[in-house]
Design a protein around this ligand. Structure first.
Ligand code: VGL
Ligand code: ZN
Length: 204
């Protein structure tokens, strides 16, 4: 498919904390960086997302006495997985992987900055209601097709893909430029749900 001014690449959370050695490392997460750079070179328009939590964020197990990372709790908007402290605003872990090379990215979209709400999707926070503003941005700029890559396939990439479809965009996920966390079968479930939602899955 020829990419043009209707196409945008959204690179999800390619941050140090999601790479080996980081606080919430996605297995082999750093190995996608060359594929992400290559993919980005084929797009005129690119957005980067950046997970960006305040200290004491509600998604951190450390904010809930007696809880451990990967436990789940019930919150007002449903079930929330508790994570190790990660992507704390201004820390090295929240920075982009040093080899990510996308100087032409036009927008860096930060998410997860509200203490009480987690935000996996680039479009809506985990209450599924609070917008990040990205739908309006993409529509005002007249993009029609979104390609997604980054970390993690089964969380932030997955929810972004579903919300992108629901917001009326064509959505493609490039799996060679993604890696998953895979908690209790979450990667299989995510791939199945994306298929059902009409997301195009490409290897590269
Ligand atoms: C993510 C868990 C918590 C992600 C972010 O980028 O997929 N996962 N915060
Ligand atoms: Zn997070």
């Amino acid at each position: 498919m020829k990419r043009n001014d209707r196409d945008i690449l959204i690179i999800v959370d390619v941050q140090n904390d999601f790479c080996p050695g980081g606080a919430l490392a996605v297995p082999l997460g750093d190995l996608i960086v060359p594929a992400v750079n290559r993919l980005a070179a084929g797009f005129a328009h690119v957005v980067l997302t950046q997970d960006w939590h305040p200290r004491g964020h509600a998604s951190f197990a450390s904010s809930h006495p007696g809880k451990r990372p990967f436990d789940t709790i019930d919150v007002a908007y449903g079930e929330q997985i508790l994570w190790p402290d990660h992507c704390v605003q201004g820390t090295r872990g929240a920075g982009f992987h040093p080899d990510l090379d996308v100087p032409h990215a036009e927008l860096v979209l930060r998410k997860g900055f509200r203490t009480a709400i987690d935000s996996y999707s680039a479009f809506f926070e985990n209450d599924r209601r609070t917008p990040t503003g990205l739908v309006a941005y993409l529509k005002e700029r007249r993009f029609e097709r979104i390609t997604l890559c980054g970390l993690a396939t089964d969380f932030c990439v997955f929810y972004s893909a579903i919300d992108g479809r629901q917001s009326g965009f064509e959505v493609t996920v490039v799996t060679d430029a993604c890696r998953g966390i895979d908690i209790d079968g979450s990667l299989d479930r995510a791939m199945r749900s994306m298929n059902e939602a009409g997301v195009t899955i490409l290897a590269h």
